[in-house]
Design a protein around this ligand. Structure first.
Ligand SMILES: [Zn+2]
Length: 280
């Protein structure tokens, strides 16, 4: 009799696990929406001041962007090392993560609970050269000085926030497998069909728009491609058209289309229902 009860319980858990977790997630999102409304204006004021990407979105997309940013920020622990904490910092760092994943269904980069903010260039491990940021099993590390320069366009082609979030996205998808965006994982194979030959050619000494650092290894090639895709889409489309197209397909967004429209009609290949009401 006991055996039958145990089997019945296990079967019930297996059957109900998915619908129950979907229900809990729905309830959680609904509760967070109420909290978000209280601070939406502040989030808008911070994000619109710095994130050019956000300012090119339509109103509905901006709300979706801010809500995702809010959820991301709420679920992280931010640590400040030798830098004065401000209310803007965690919001802007979260916003950059959301910029990268805005065309994807999964955007929380689950696994990375901790984000470390440092003042400027720092030394890490046994490396002799200074770091602007890095990602490892303990968290995402960013130097604030370089982060601000990146999001305000002071360093052409360089945006350390996007670069590290690119590493983080690959990490949660392929290493920890803790945040699987099915589209991203599947499409990355197609991206690599285009990207690998370019990377191999760079390792052979050829240079292109991506610069020398992209030839260090395939991880850096990917992270630099992310930076260039958002920071210099005009040149990327011109110089590396196949890679640019592969990035559009992979991230389901086209920064160039956003710039050309310039009226907030961004091209996001998201499900139609997602744009109807406020959803993350
Ligand atoms: Zn890197």
């Amino acid at each position: 009799m006991e055996f039958i009860i145990i089997v019945a319980l296990v079967t019930a858990v297996l059957i109900l696990h998915r619908p129950l977790s979907a229900l809990f997630n729905k309830l959680y999102i609904s509760r967070q929406q109420h909290k978000f409304i209280e601070c939406e204006t502040f989030y808008h004021s911070v994000v619109s001041k710095y994130i050019r990407f956000y300012n090119r979105l339509g109103l509905e997309e901006q709300r979706r962007f801010l809500f995702r940013t809010f959820l991301f920020r709420k679920s992280r622990r931010f640590h400040y090392i030798e830098v004065k904490e401000s209310a803007e910092m965690p919001i802007l760092i979260s916003a950059v993560a959301i910029q990268l994943t805005f065309g994807l269904d999964k955007y929380m980069l689950n696994y990375f609970n901790d984000i470390y903010v440092l003042k400027d260039d720092y030394h890490y491990g046994f490396y002799s050269r200074p770091f602007m940021g890095h990602v490892d099993q303990s968290g995402i590390y960013l130097s604030w000085d370089n982060f601000i320069k990146g999001i305000t366009g002071q360093t052409p082609n360089c945006n350390v926030g996007l670069h590290e979030m690119g590493h983080a996205l690959a990490y949660v998808t392929f290493i920890t497998e803790t945040e699987e965006d099915k589209h991203f994982k599947k499409e990355f194979k197609n991206f690599s069909k285009v990207a690998r030959p370019i990377f191999t050619s760079m390792q052979g000494g050829n240079r292109n728009l991506l610069g020398e650092y992209a030839a260090v290894n395939y991880h850096e090639f990917w992270a630099v491609s992310v930076e260039t895709f958002f920071e210099n889409p005009v040149c990327m489309q011109h110089d590396l058209p196949e890679l640019y197209q592969a990035m559009i397909s992979l991230l389901r967004q086209d920064p160039l289309q956003m710039r050309n429209n310039n009226i907030g009609k961004a091209v996001f290949m998201v499900k139609a229902k997602e744009s109807v009401k406020l959803k993350a």
